[in-house]
Design a protein. Structure first.
Length: 87
């Protein structure tokens, strides 16, 4: 389990509202400080480039991931974004 579900009643929230909740959840799940730091960095970068991603998550995520041709970079970002969006 690795996600904060985004329910209909929370659609007015902004990424800046959700990131602290998600990072708190990951911290209580027993993830290392390095992993939490990586989540923070990647999610902040993603939402800086796609501030409206909460309403158009699939298209924005695919567009963001298309930038990375290095398999390691792509896979890490894919895994972190997948964990954020699933729920």
């Amino acid at each position: 389990m690795c996600a904060v579900p985004i329910r209909k009643e929370y659609r007015n929230l902004q990424p800046s509202d959700l990131l602290p909740l998600f990072l708190s959840f990951t911290a209580t799940s027993g993830l290392s400080e390095r992993t939490i730091s990586d989540y923070r960095k990647i999610l902040q970068h993603f939402f800086a480039h796609h501030p409206d991603a909460l309403s158009n998550s699939r298209a924005d995520t695919l567009e963001y991931l298309a930038r990375y041709s290095n398999p390691n970079s792509f896979n890490m970002r894919y895994a972190y974004l997948k964990c954020f969006w699933t729920g």
